[in-house]
Write a protein that binds this ligand. Sequence first.
Ligand code: SF4
Length: 354
Amino acid sequence: MSEIFNDTGDFSARVSNVLNNTKDYDVDLQFYLTDTCNLGCNGCYMKSKPMLNRNIIPASDINFYLDEFANVPGFYNTVVFTGGEIFSDSVIALERNSHNVLDRGWHLQLKTNGAWVMQPELRTSVIRMLDRLDPGRGLLATEEDMKRFLSRIPKPVLKMLGRDRVVKLLFKFMPSASLLDLAVSVDDKLHPAESADWFANIVNLISRDGYLRKNLNLKSFTVNDSKKFFEDRVLRHPELKIKKLESYPETGCLKYNVNGMPVESFFGDFVDVDNVPQFKKISEFVLPSVEGDTAGRLVYCFHPDKTVGLDSCYLESVGRVPYLDAAGKRKPFAQINQEIGQKLITDYKRVKTK
Ligand code: SF4
């Protein structure tokens, strides 16, 4: 959603219009829990490394902003925990934060590089933690939940299949209607080639766990340049028995069945941070909407250096503002939103007048 603005006034008006009307957008929430990672890949957006100074977003900050976003018009009840590597910090702390999201009946996505599967002790801790989460609570429990779910299905699909068939398909492919995603990065461009084996091992592990195979949505994320690598190293993996494949090119998604468990793999463009012009970074803060029926998607990203900004701006510090005030008090959403708007406009003017 790239937009070219004729003057800085156009841009200011656009920013104000978007941020003052969050109800017209899908509002998502992402926490970059830590900037530490066990890998340290070359093109890492976060420039994460092992043994970095280990900034971590405290649970109390997460809790405060979960409460705050619950009241933000347009909030989509979706939270992502990412990093760095989320499992390089305390698994117990991550479990507490995960309960805090799931117990609200919200959707939680845990993003990982999957390397933990090769470390026996950590693997046991991660699986035990996932086993203790209750990812089904709330979803479709009430008529209101059902309406919310159906509102996310593209209208032409609903019309074509009808409500009953859509719900039936949901339970066929997501038997538990789980609110929990485990999303694993798999590619040989940004990550090590072993990521394919780590993912295959995770698929195997989860599909053998009676509880998790029903209560976890397993996903992978791969850059388009590594599509062939994914086909060769995952889809033809000798230990995976893949029965059925369905491709959805419009969303870059591939759905398949491994040992009776549904798995989804997503493909998208690699963003070369160093080659994205500054101007484009600022103007692309609205992403396409989830289902195409709102004006777009705003992803508020909280960072371990105690700043918050909108997605795409996370690549650099453009538009990012501290979420604590000078006295160390957490700012409410309205104040953060206003400051992000101001910062975006100031940064834009600075680039335009260079
Ligand atoms: S695994 Fe992800 S967070 Fe870690 S260094 Fe690689 S790209 Fe960065």
